[in-house]
Design a protein around this ligand. Structure first.
Ligand SMILES: *Cc1c(COP(=O)(O)O)cnc(C)c1O
Length: 426
């Protein structure tokens, strides 16, 4: 592995053309790949040779982009998925089965909460949700004999809690299971969870990685650090023969690549949520400027958070980059260069005040999206959580007045001017 710095990796990692090949990553818009003999093709199906044969399993465009993301995170291998939801499902399902249990931070993206709390329960995989700020002794009580992983988000969407990654890594490792971290909001530019003990990282590449709201996608990266063999009984899918591949044992045959190889050759083969090569191409273009955009998102968000904090019409502001934030110290430890571009805040007044304010915004757009180059805004009580009563909202940790503002990379003064003019109407 070369030792390029992260800015250079954003540009140079992944696709590496040799003499006479296209300078830019080509889109391999082909479902299938040609071989000369029946024997050659047969060896691929037995995992005896590596090579492309069908895009549901692997595609060169996707692989180049996955390899760039693996390098950015400091991992050994990665796999792209069609969405962030698919990435989180596969990351867990690759090592869990009916009868397994997982411990998850309760500060999670709503879609992940539904996936783990409702849908995976139907597959017989049970989740216990824990308060991420609880002390280690308290968290330990959630572990069961059948626990197979611990899951959390670096910076939770939309709660914006910052995870004590080392505490969660200790919880996982002292119980012989891996820590899986959804690093979507921090991105590897601001935080690389493997450096703090995480074993597997997932992303919704839909957010900052693509960064232009152009394509939905996901990614799973493996650090290669977790010792599956040492905890053989919990991870038989990796350490015992896979009958669907003539009895190969992933850990023996693929070593550090066992986890991603199984995810690709077994889960992708059977469940098939591939990212389209077109989307992978667009994602790669986003990744080339990730190191420029993320610092700008953070710089703008801090300016906007400070403006909101000083505005008498604002009841509260939640941004881990603010010195008054409960998470300021921990954010300084894990992401000293910045956290993310998302802020949540409440206006003095009621739900109608929030709606009126938002209706008067001109630059910030009302969209169900975050982490986009364009400033966007959402009022969960009126949108994503609109079926809930006021009491249910409070229980779900979504205050009725909460406005989620995803600060873009426009000029910060223009963003603040827009907020100021909309504020004049409430
Ligand atoms: C958006 C998001 C997801 C889901 O990703 P999709 O690409 O929308 O499927 C998962 N985790 C986090 C933290 C997210 O913000």
């Amino acid at each position: 592995m070369n030792q390029y710095k992260i800015e250079t990796k954003c540009i140079q990692e992944g696709y590496k053309p040799s003499k006479g090949e296209p300078r830019v990553l080509p889109i391999y818009q082909s479902t299938t790949f040609k071989y000369d003999t029946s024997e050659q093709m047969g060896r691929l199906f037995d995992l005896e040779d590596s090579g492309y044969f069908y895009t549901r399993l692997q595609n060169p465009t996707n692989d180049a982009v996955a390899s760039k993301i693996a390098s950015l995170e400091g991992g050994v291998a990665a796999m792209l998925t069609s969405s962030g939801q698919a990435a989180n499902f596969y990351a867990v399902f690759n090592i869990c089965e009916a009868g397994s249990h997982m411990v998850c931070s309760s500060a999670l993206y709503g879609g992940t909460f539904n996936l783990f709390g409702t849908t995976m329960k139907k597959l017989g995989i049970e989740a216990t949700f824990v308060d991420p700020d609880a002390p280690l002794e308290e968290l330990q009580k959630a572990i069961k004999p059948n626990t197979t992983c611990v899951f959390a988000e670096t910076i939770a969407n939309p709660a914006l809690t910052v995870l004590d990654i080392e505490k969660f890594a200790e919880l996982a490792h002292s119980n012989g299971v891996p820590l899986i971290i959804d690093n979507t909001f921090a991105t590897p530019i601001n935080c690389r969870p493997f450096e703090w003990g995480a074993d597997i990282v997932t992303h919704s590449t839909t957010k900052y990685m693509d960064g232009h709201a152009a394509c939905v996608g996901g990614c799973i990266v493996d650090s290669g650090n977790f010792d599956w063999e040492a905890n053989h009984d919990k991870f038989k899918g990796l350490t015992e023969p896979d009958e669907s591949y003539h009895g190969i044992i992933y850990t023996q045959k693929f070593g550090k690549l066992a986890y991603i190889t199984k995810a690709t050759s077994q889960l992708m083969r059977d469940l098939g949520s591939i990212q389209s090569p077109q989307n992978a191409f667009l994602l790669n273009i986003g990744l080339e400027t990730l190191h420029l955009r993320v610092p700008r998102h953070c710089e703008n968000a801090l300016k906007v958070a400070k403006y909101l904090e000083s505005n008498p019409k604002v009841a509260w502001v939640n941004y881990p980059g603010l010195e008054g934030s409960k998470y300021y110290e921990i954010a300084q430890k894990y992401m000293p260069n910045g956290t993310c571009g998302v802020i949540s805040f409440g206006l003095k007044g009621d739900r109608a005040t929030a709606e009126k304010f938002m209706d008067h915004l001109q630059l910030a757009a009302i969209v169900t999206h975050v982490a986009d180059a364009r400033t966007s805004v959402l009022h969960p009580a009126s949108h994503t959580h609109r079926q809930m009563t006021e009491e249910q909202l409070v229980e779900a940790g979504v205050q009725p007045d909460l406005i989620r503002l995803s600060v873009g990379i426009e000029n910060a003064e223009d963003i603040i001017d827009d907020l100021e003019q909309a504020m004049a109407h409430v």
